[in-house]
Design a binder for this molecule. Structure first.
Ligand code: SF4
Length: 95
């Protein structure tokens, strides 16, 4: 069934039915909570996010994840290969 026509609860259940690449390496998908007052360095962020996006390409539930992200508008992280900012921009342009 097209994820667009599924309830949010069904999308979540569908995700739970899969072995998700992000479950094994969650640290790649969100900016680390660091005590460094300068935060994550740009080069480290780019490398981390590139690795996360690559994992998303092989995810068996990417379409479910993308639909869920479009509905829930995450404030951070990589979702279905897109950053939260990219998802926000897409939704703004599509409105
Ligand atoms: S597509 Fe979504 S569920 Fe799959 S690895 Fe990426 S963030 Fe995780």
């Amino acid at each position: 069934m097209d994820p667009k026509h599924q309830s949010t609860a069904l999308l979540r259940a569908g995700l739970a039915d899969h072995q998700l690449p992000c479950a094994d390496q969650p640290e790649l998908f969100f900016e680390p909570d660091t005590s460094d007052r300068f935060g994550e360095k740009p080069a480290a962020k780019e490398m981390r996010e590139r690795s996360a996006r690559t994992l998303c390409l092989s995810c068996p539930a990417r379409d479910l994840c993308l639909e869920l992200a479009l509905r829930e508008k995450p404030a951070a992280g990589i979702w279905a290969g897109f950053s939260s900012d990219e998802i926000t921009d897409y939704l703004r342009e599509a409105a």
